[in-house]
Design a protein around this ligand. Structure first.
Ligand SMILES: [Zn+2]
Length: 249
C-alpha cells in the first residue's frame, strides 16, 4: 500500500510521467487522488439511518433524533458527530495513506465524502476547526492531516476554515492502544484557544475536523475549550468512525 521511497520521490517529481495510482491498492486510476472502482465499491460508507449524536449507523430506522445505545450510555461532550465511513478495510487504508503514506492528494476525495455526510452540521454560520498537532509532531510529519481534511471540507461546502483556533500546548502520547480512561487523562489540558482566535469564535457554531473518531477523548477536550471560548455549539466531522474498544467498527 505504501509506495517505496524511490517511487514516492518519482511520483512527487514526475507525476506527469507516471500513471496515477489508487491510494489503497495501487491499481492504475484515471486521476490523482481517486480510488479505483473496486476499492470504491468496498468502501464502508455510512448511510442513514444513523445515531443523531454519534453518527454511527442504526440497524432500524427509529425516526428523527434516534440515539444509539452508546450515545445514551456515554453521551459525548460535543453536540453531534458525523462521519463518512466506518474505520475498516479501504477506509482505514485511506486514512493511513494520507497520514503516513505520502498521499496528501487523497484529502480532496475524503473531504468531499465528509461534506456529504456532514450536511446537517455545515451551516452558513459554521466555522471549520481542525484538531491541531503538537508542533513537534507537525515538524516530524510536515503536515496536519486534520487541517488538510478541514480545507477539503471547506472547498466542498463553502464553509470557512479557521486553522489557528486551537493550539496543542503539550505533547501527548499517541491515543492508539490506550484505554478510554487513559485517553481522557492523556489529553486533559492539552488544548487551548489562543487569545487572538477568541473574537472569531464568539457565538459561532464550530465543526471540529479530524481523521478518525474513536473514544472521542481528543475531540471532547477540544470541545471543552471551544465552548469556554464562546462557541455557540460544537459538532464533530471525521472521515471515519471507529469502535472505541476494538479501534475498528
Ligand atoms: Zn484500489
Amino acid at each position: 500500500m505504501v509506495l517505496s521511497g524511490l517511487r514516492r520521490t518519482l511520483v512527487a517529481g514526475f507525476d506527469v510521467l507516471l500513471p496515477p495510482r489508487c491510494p489503497v491498492c495501487e491499481a492504475v486510476t484515471a486521476d490523482n487522488g481517486s480510488l479505483c472502482p473496486e476499492c470504491w465499491t468496498r468502501m464502508p460508507f455510512i448511510s442513514a439511518p444513523w445515531c443523531a449524536r454519534l453518527g454511527t449507523p442504526l440497524s432500524h430506522d427509529l425516526g428523527e433524533g434516534a440515539l444509539s445505545a452508546r450515545a445514551i450510555a456515554e453521551p459525548p461532550l460535543f453536540d453531534r458527530a458525523r462521519a463518512a465511513t466506518l474505520y475498516q478495510g479501504p477506509a482505514r487504508d485511506l486514512v493511513l495513506a494520507l497520514k503516513f503514506g505520502g498521499r496528501r492528494d487523497v484529502a480532496g476525495v475524503m473531504g468531499r465524502l465528509m461534506a456529504g455526510n456532514g450536511r446537517e452540521i455545515l451551516t452558513p454560520e459554521t466555522l471549520l476547526v481542525p484538531v491541531p498537532l503538537h508542533r513537534f509532531r507537525l515538524w516530524q510529519r510536515r503536515f496536519n492531516q486534520a487541517a488538510l481534511l478541514a480545507r477539503a471540507v471547506g472547498a466542498a461546502s463553502g464553509v470557512p476554515v479557521v486553522l489557528d483556533a486551537l493550539e496543542r500546548r503539550r505533547r501527548t502520547r499517541q491515543q492508539v492502544g490506550l484505554t478510554a480512561r487513559e485517553r481522557h487523562a492523556n489529553v486533559r489540558g492539552a488544548f487551548a484557544v489562543p487569545d487572538a482566535a477568541r473574537p472569531r469564535l464568539l457565538g459561532r457554531p464550530v465543526v471540529l475536523v479530524d481523521d478518525v473518531l474513536t473514544t472521542g477523548s481528543t475531540l471532547s477536550a477540544c470541545t471543552r475549550v471551544l465552548r469556554q471560548a464562546g462557541a455557540s455549539r460544537v459538532d464533530v466531522l471525521t472521515f471515519a468512525i471507529a469502535d472505541p474498544v476494538t479501534n475498528e467498527l
